[in-house]
Design a protein around this ligand. Structure first.
Ligand code: MN
Length: 230
C-alpha cells in the first residue's frame, strides 16, 4: 500500500529526560474550568457541568525552546489562555474518577490561543466555535513531565506574563473540575486513546496579545514556555 502523497507529519512533544517523544493524537479542551474566568466570560460557574471542545493535533506548537507564533489571520483579538496540559497514556471509555489518574502519562504547560472575536461572533450566532479555537499554532506546549518524575499536579501556581507583566496568576487547586473528574467526564462522551491531550481550562485574566509581545507561561513543577508573537 502506498499513499497518494506523503501523510501529514505526526505532531509530538518532547519528554523531559527522555530520548522518546510523545505522539499527539487528539487535543480536548475543558471550557470555563476556573470560577473567576467563568465570571469574566459572563457565566455563572456554579451551575454548569463541564463542556469540551477540540483542537487538531496539528495545532501544537512545540515550545521545548523559545518559539515564534505567527499572528493568525482573520482576527483582531488574539487571546492567551495559560493551561495545565494532561497527557493520556492509556485511556478507555467510562473511566471512573477514582481510577482516572492512572491513565495519565504526564503534564505540560500549554496555551489555548483563541481568536476571541471569531469565537464571540460564532457564539452569538449559535454557530460552532471551531475557527475561534482550532487553527495552526493555537496550542503552544512545553516539555512533558512524566507522572513518574513530578507526580500529579493538583496544587501548583499557574501564571502567565506578557512582556514581563503578570496577566494570569492562579493555582491548579482552583479547577472547578479536577484532572480526574475531567478525564471521567470526557470519557463518558468519547473513549480516550493513548496520545490524547487534555487542556484543562484557564484562570482569569485572559487578554489580547499583539505582534512583538512575548508570553511566558509557567506552572510550578513543569517549568515555563516562552512564545513570541510575530
Ligand atoms: Mn481554554
Amino acid at each position: 500500500m502506498t499513499y497518494c502523497f506523503a501523510p501529514a507529519p505526526v505532531r509530538s512533544l518532547a519528554i523531559a529526560d527522555s530520548e522518546q517523544r510523545f505522539p499527539v493524537n487528539r487535543i480536548f479542551c475543558v471550557g470555563r474550568n476556573y470560577a473567576e474566568h467563568a465570571r469574566e466570560m459572563g457565566k455563572d460557574p456554579e451551575r454548569e457541568a463541564p463542556f469540551f471542545f477540540m483542537k487538531p493535533a496539528q495545532a501544537v506548537l512545540d515550545c521545548a525552546s523559545p518559539a515564534l507564533m505567527h499572528y493568525p489571520p482573520q482576527t483582531n483579538n488574539l487571546h492567551h489562555e495559560v493551561e495545565l496540559v494532561v497527557a493520556i497514556a492509556t485511556g478507555g471509555r467510562d473511566i471512573a474518577a477514582a481510577d482516572a489518574l492512572s491513565h495519565v502519562f504526564g503534564y505540560a504547560v500549554g496555551l489555548d490561543m483563541t481568536r476571541r472575536d471569531l469565537q464571540n461572533t460564532a457564539k452569538n450566532a449559535g454557530r460552532p466555535w471551531e475557527f475561534g479555537k482550532a487553527f495552526a499554532q493555537s496550542a503552544p506546549m512545553g516539555v512533558l513531565h512524566t507522572v513518574h518524575s513530578v507526580g500529579h499536579i493538583d496544587n501548583a501556581r499557574i501564571q502567565l506574563q506578557v512582556n514581563a507583566s503578570v496577566r494570569q496568576d492562579s493555582n491548579i487547586d482552583q479547577l472547578i473540575w479536577s484532572v480526574a473528574e475531567s478525564i471521567a467526564q470526557l470519557s463518558m462522551f468519547e473513549a480516550l486513546e493513548p496520545g490524547d491531550l487534555i487542556m484543562t481550562g484557564t484562570p482569569a485574566g485572559v487578554a489580547a496579545v499583539v505582534p512583538g509581545d512575548v508570553m511566558l507561561a509557567a506552572i510550578d513543577g513543569l517549568g515555563a514556555i516562552e512564545v513570541q508573537v510575530a
